[in-house]
Design a protein around this ligand. Structure first.
Ligand SMILES: C[S@@+](CC[C@H](N)C(=O)[O-])C[C@H]1O[C@@H](n2cnc3c(N)ncnc32)[C@H](O)[C@@H]1O
Length: 447
């Protein structure tokens, strides 16, 4: 535990990758030990700032003190009695009695100052930070091409009842479970009937609202989490371009496309947001989704190391990339078509500030009320528009943002330069390996 923490805290690799690598190199550990190490490591990542402060008063190597705190929090202090010396036991007893309410918010919630400043400006920052520090449930989505949610729910309640599967509160395709079942070995996963996907990501499909036969672009498709649901809602008709600059991520999407039974997805590795193949689609797509690269701060429940790996300078660079992607994606939208911008961030600079900047520089687009679009489909989801902003403490989802824009029809946009892009010759697209040919590969992270 002490050694794996030492490696992860170098921040050379994302924590999940570093932990898996370490566990692979320790095959002698049993399943229970592995799960206990993983739980304790994640606990330390969640509470690192506070634990480091507590550790200052202790003795011995710092990583050992962190390991003790993580193990004591996840297994209980009694489980450590035999492994600690008297000084360590006395220190643990002492720090366990510290009243957390006396600590500054950023230490209590274990977040860096730059993040505390930003989250502190939002409503109810305390409950938000607390929720971001809790482990997330496992969110599944059924594949509507293959199965009804309620039928799958009944099947899982019978076969995997110990994980307490329940219908999600909002997503019509969602099933929520507790614990960490290895679902990638389940037949329902292998045959493409279920996928891992956070509820917020599922709801995004309702904002894109793709229809049969349309041309849709998923501009930042990554490992295909959002593409899969969009393709299924199109009933595998029309054409769904899955763009990404990362060949590795798109390669991970291909087996998922294959499992899902979709035949309308065209994965395309682009050089950049200005790739010629993007330009050829100017004005062509009825719907374009930009699931933008972002800080991922909304996913801290699953990736607590992000708060330590991210920093404000990187945010500024990300902001410029988000703006460039949004501008290029907008050119692909047909008159009357829809552009959806989404992030798994809670930070204004990646969310509403980007959306407002886009609107100000694109007079040929108007904003639709994203909250109203969702409310029309989900009676129990009450949001203040015009954007969709989901929070773990309020909605039980990852932190999530979405804005919806519509490109004005030609007459309405007269004089607005961007609309001139619309109506170019049919795009010639590259021949990419069809999804059905894809080889099996690893399961993606929840998205
Ligand atoms: C939030 S992730 C997308 C997750 C994905 N939509 C899913 O649901 O699995 C953002 C993606 O943007 C991609 N990206 C980064 N720069 C890009 C660019 N200039 N154009 C297109 N995609 C880009 C990254 O490779 C990454 O896969």
């Amino acid at each position: 535990m002490q050694r794996v923490l030492g490696e992860i805290l170098q921040w050379t690799y994302p924590a999940d990758a570093a932990l898996s690598h370490w566990l692979r190199h320790h095959p002698n550990l049993g399943a229970r030990d592995r799960s206990e190490v993983a739980e304790a490591v994640y606990d330390v990542l969640r509470h690192l700032r506070r634990y480091r402060q507590f550790g200052e008063s202790g003795v011995g190597p710092a990583s050992r003190r962190l390991a003790i705190l993580g193990l004591a929090a996840t297994l209980g202090a009694e489980a450590l009695t035999d492994g600690m010396d008297a000084a360590e036991a006395e220190w643990l007893q002492r720090v366990s009695q510290i009243d957390l309410a006396t600590l500054p918010r950023a230490v209590r919630g274990s977040i860096p100052d730059w993040l505390d400043e930003r989250l502190g400006a939002m409503d109810s920052p305390e409950t938000l930070i607390e929720a971001l520090n809790r482990q997330a449930s496992l969110d599944l989505r059924v594949n509507p091409l293959k199965v009804e949610r309620d039928a799958m729910l009944t099947e899982l309640q019978q076969g995997a009842g110990r994980y307490e599967p329940v219908a999600m509160p909002y997503s019509p395709w969602g099933i929520r479970m507790q614990g960490r079942p290895a679902i990638n070995r389940w037949p329902q996963f292998e045959n493409g009937s279920i996928e891992v996907q956070d509820e917020g990501s599922q709801l995004l499909a309702l904002l894109v609202a793709p229809r049969r036969g349309e041309m849709i672009i998923d501009f930042c498709a990554g490992a295909g989490g959002k593409t899969l649901l969009l393709g299924a809602l199109m009933r595998s008709t029309g054409r769904l371009y899955a763009f990404d600059v990362s060949a590795a991520r798109l390669a991970r999407a291909k087996p998922r496309f294959a499992r899902s039974g979709l035949s309308n997805v065209v994965p395309v590795v682009i050089d950049s947001e200005n790739d010629a193949r993007v330009k050829r689609l100017a004005g062509k797509a009825q719907r374009v989704l930009v699931d933008a690269p972002c800080s991922g701060i909304g996913t801290l429940r699953r990736n607590p190391d992000l708060k330590w790996r991210q920093h404000p300078e990187a945010l500024a660079e990300l902001g410029q990339l988000q703006e460039r992607i949004l501008n290029s994606a907008a050119r692909c939208v047909a008159p009357g078509g829809r552009l959806v911008y989404a992030t798994c961030s809670l930070l204004a600079e990646e969310n509403e500030v980007q959306a407002e900047r886009f609107l100000a520089s694109h007079p040929d687009f108007e904003r639709l009320d994203a909250a109203e679009i969702l409310a029309a489909r989900l009676e129990n989801l009450k949001l203040d528009g015009p954007y969709v902003q989901l929070r773990p403490d309020v909605h039980g989802t990852d932190g999530f943002f979405a804005a919806v824009f519509e490109r004005k029809k030609k007459g309405a946009a007269a004089g607005a330069g961007e609309a001139a892009d619309a109506g170019e010759a049919e795009a010639e697209m590259p021949a990419e390996a069809p999804a059905e040919d894809a080889a099996a590969g690893p399961q993606d992270q929840p998205d």
